[in-house]
Structures are given as structure tokens and as C-alpha cells.
Design a protein around this ligand. Sequence first.
Ligand SMILES: Nc1nc2c(c(=O)[nH]1)N[C@H]1C(S)=C(S)[C@@H](COP(=O)(O)O)O[C@H]1N2
Ligand SMILES: [Mo]
Length: 320
Amino acid sequence: MLIRRPADTIPSEITNYEVFRRRRQLIKGGAAAALGLAATGLFALTPEASAKLKFDQLKKSRFNAKESLTPYKDVTSYNNFYEFSTDKEGPAQLAEDFKSRPWSIEVAGEIKKPKVYDVDELIKRFPLEERIYRLRCVEAWSMVVPWVGFALGDFIKTLEPNSRAKYVEFETLHDPKRMPGQRRGLFGSVLDWPYREGLRIDEAIHPLTILAVGVYGEELPGQNGAPIRLVVPWKYGFKSIKSIVKINFVEQPPVNTWQVQAPHEYGFYANVNPKVSHPRWSQARERRIGEFFKRPTLMFNGYAEQVAHLYQGMDLSKNF
Ligand SMILES: Nc1nc2c(c(=O)[nH]1)N[C@H]1C(S)=C(S)[C@@H](COP(=O)(O)O)O[C@H]1N2
Ligand SMILES: [Mo]
């Protein structure tokens, strides 16, 4: 398979991610001041040592949405993350102390060299970009989020998928000790864990599809899917799986968690489509968080120009 590097990625560019990591370890360990390292000028310590670490030198993307950003407060306190809680405010509270290091990601299946990656080893290989995307939840609310991440396609290219790699399957961490929403309750489990998602390989390598590691220039908070999550902006939010531990290249279409849960309501494609209603509500309009009046939902969430060709000839009401 021939996978070309998207035109907006400059290969010579390297991230300052290693500097970032070193700084993070020092701050987290509280060692910087004690060792007097701040004076070396290698890094700058923020006054609040507990603050999230910041990425800098981010590349701007040609895909950035030109709309007002949803405030940081809303992006990080109005969440869907059933591993922690089924209400919107729960994840921010319950994921506050979520430990996202050390973290490994198993990459397996129809590729040349299956391998287990340390998340930081992975992140430092790619130039990080800011990607300002609309996020449209299937529940008919939306946000505009400035993610930090890199194109999934750039990573996939290095893995050398073979001709049987037709789909990519993703899995979230399954660890009920760290994710209270995964513990069994009186009525059993909320979802069939681990949370799973999948993309067709051409969707996975599309330049809009990213692995996000940050938001608002800072590392991802637990509730947004630390340390690494998928973002597919033309699909309903549930496709953008959080806290990924496994990426698997397969020949057969994978089943995703919400499809298993309610097959007549949630399909594999989940492309944002104002003309195809959810069985229980219309998808024609949405509530942008922070706005009073509803706004019309755009075909493919406003990314039709970039992605419509992927679905040419398909009946999108059947392939919902
Ligand atoms: N593992 C996992 N990933 C998930 C979810 C989840 O419950 N578990 N919720 C999804 C849904 S429905 C949405 S709308 C987005 C929300 O992402 P955000 O909370 O970062 O805005 O995450 C998606 N990814
Ligand atoms: Mo969602």
C-alpha cells in the first residue's frame, strides 16, 4: 500500500518533546528547585508546579476551523467518558488523579513489525500540531476544540501495513481500579469493556484524522482521554476513542462499542449527517456549548470538501 505523507507535514521538523518530558519529570518530582536546575535555563518552571505542562512551537494546521473556541473550562468539564462516569461533570472529578504514565500502546495485526510502544517514545517521533476542530456529539451538542496532536497517517505509514490491513481497530484501557465506571454495579456493566472503535484504513490515514495528546496547548487531562486519544472530526464524537492502549490492523470490519450496545442506533460509520436522524432524535441541528440558539448541523460536520469522496456511491442512510 502506498501512503503518502500529507503535504502539510514537514519531515525535517522535530518536536521539543524531549525537553518537555524532562521538564515534566522534574516538576512532578519537585526536584527542579532542590537541584537548582532552574538556573541552567534548560527549562522554565511555571509558578504553580501542579499546573499542566505546556507544549510550545506547535505547527499551525491548514485545517483549523475559524470559529470561536469553546472555553477551556467547558472542554475539560463537560465530557463523555463512561469509564469514569455516565454524567457530563463526573469524568473531570473522577479522572483528576488518573495516572497516564507509564503508558504503553500495543500495535498489532497486518503490519510489518508489531510492537509495543511507550507513549512518549511515540509522541516524540512526530511534529506536534495545533488542530482546531469542531466536535459533534451524537447527542446533538458540539464544541470547537484546539487539539494538540499528529496525523495518525504519519504513524501508520511507518508501520508498513500489508494488503490485508483494511481496517484499524482501537481499544481503551480496561482497568476498573483506575476507571471506576468500569466496575460492575447492581445492574451489571454500563458498556462492554474495553471501549472499542474502528476506522476503514482510508479513513485512518486521512490527513484530518489525528492522535491527540493535548488540548489548549497543554497535555490532555484525564477526562479528555490522557495520554493519547483519537480525533476524527467528521464523525460523531463516540468514534474519537480515548486513552488508547491498542491499535490493531485487521482485514474484517471491526465492531465498535456503541454498535454492540445498540446496533439499530449506532453504526460503524457514524459520519455526521444532518439528513439521517438518530431513531430517537433529529440530527439536523445542534447546541454549540456556550450558545443559546441551536445551529444547523453541517454535512460531515463541515468537512465534506475533504472527506465526501471517501463515501461516494454509498447509501449513507444504510451505512449510518
Ligand atoms: N474510551 C472512551 N472514549 C470515548 C468516550 C467514552 O465514553 N469512552 N466517549 C466518546 C464520546 S460520546 C464523545 S462525544 C467524545 C467526547 O470527548 P471529550 O470529552 O474530550 O469532549 O469522546 C468519545 N470517546
Ligand atoms: Mo458523544
